[in-house]
Design a protein around this ligand. Structure first.
Ligand SMILES: [Mn+2]
Length: 345
């Protein structure tokens, strides 16, 4: 799957890289690793994103290495534009228009279950735990060793997208890659501190207060959190914040799904979803114009919080019911098979 991409890279001089709104560790890490790899091969690269780099990932980037889109956008004679870690065009935010208008070759590298971004070349593998795993594959495929400069963003991307090597397709390959990255000279403890241990006193107190309001739904299988608007100073909730609010309810025994509701503006509600695999929350989010994976997803609904809650919990209820039916059917079938066996005996 790499041949066409390698040819495109060899034949080009200038490349543009971008990723999704509210970028996470995989988005930023994949961009930095790919850009440094391309620069190492004598290419000139611009990374232009729809949103700022979150503060806990800023330590990975040098000054000016990542730009935020500002108009007018300099068109440039790009050989290709790379769209990383992005499952749908809406997720490109303000960059969607720019990418659309560029008359250049488009390359998608991603690991989402659904990817409907239009491109000339799509490298999408749901077997990869992160987009960074694919970037790592490209670098190794090109016969290069991964140096520290590239290992750092790849490691952070893998660490964050797998929820510290626990979810989303974490397997032996993931750990082999991590071993290779660490050999480049990374210090896991100091990286962990930089990425995860940056909370303010205020933030932790807010999480604590939000946790006291967590509600149980569907016999304790779903934990519901509603974040008051005044909790988020910036008016927007970052993936990092979503993660810090949903992390704890997911550890309650029996809870399979956590739903976070946050009214970003009057009549506009952001919904964060985390699941342990029973219900595909990515599908649910996509249905309403959002995106994500089967176990972690998000969507913004143009509805007040109460209505958003009614819609999302209604659909989760349906999905849970469907699962129960199929489980009952499956166990019914097992009993039936067992009876046949017994009769045969
Ligand atoms: Mn990702």
């Amino acid at each position: 799957m790499w041949e066409e991409l390698k040819k495109k890279i060899e034949g080009g001089k200038r490349f543009l890289l971008t990723t999704h709104i509210l970028p996470d560790g995989d988005a930023i890490g994949s961009e930095l690793a790919l850009s440094r790899f391309l620069r190492g091969r004598g290419k000139s690269v611009s990374i232009v994103n729809p949103d700022e780099v979150p503060s806990n990932f800023a330590f990975m980037a040098r000054d000016g290495e990542i730009e935020v889109l500002s108009h007018p956008f300099e068109r440039g004679d790009w050989a290709a534009v790379f769209i990383l870690d992005t499952g749908s065009p809406d997720r490109l935010g303000r960059m969607a228009e720019v990418v659309d208008a560029l008359p250049v070759y488009k390359i998608v590298i991603d690991h989402h279950e659904r990817n409907d971004v239009e491109a000339d070349l799509k490298i999408v593998s749901t077997a990869a735990c992160s987009t960074a795993e694919l970037i790592y594959g490209l670098i190794r495929e090109s016969g290069e060793r991964v140096g520290k400069e590239i290992a750092l963003p790849l490691y952070v991307a893998l660490h964050t997208d797998t929820v510290s090597f626990n979810f989303l397709g974490t397997n032996a390959t993931t750990h082999r890659i991590v071993g290779d990255l660490l050999e480049a000279g990374l210090d896991p403890a100091s990286i962990y501190e930089k990425v995860y241990m940056r909370d303010s006193w205020e933030h932790i107190r807010k999480v604590g207060s939000a946790l006291t309001r967590v509600e149980s739904a569907f016999d304790g299988r779903v934990a519901v959190m509603k974040i008051p608007r005044e909790f988020i100073a910036s008016g927007e909730i970052t993936p990092y914040e979503t993660e810090s609010y949903t992390r704890y309810p997911l550890t309650i025994e029996g809870v399979r799904i956590v739903v976070l509701f946050y009214e970003v503006a009057s009549g506009r509600t952001r919904v964060g979803l985390r699941a342990l695999g029973d219900v595909d929350v990515g599908l649910l989010a996509t249905k309403h114009g959002g995106g994500g994976h089967s176990t972690a997803a998000g969507v913004v609904l143009e509805s007040p919080l109460d209505e958003a809650e009614r819609i999302i919990l209604g659909e989760i209820g349906e999905a849970l019911k469907k699962n129960e039916c199929s489980l009952r059917l499956r166990s019914g079938q097992a009993m039936f098979n067992k009876k046949i066996k017994e009769r045969r005996c």
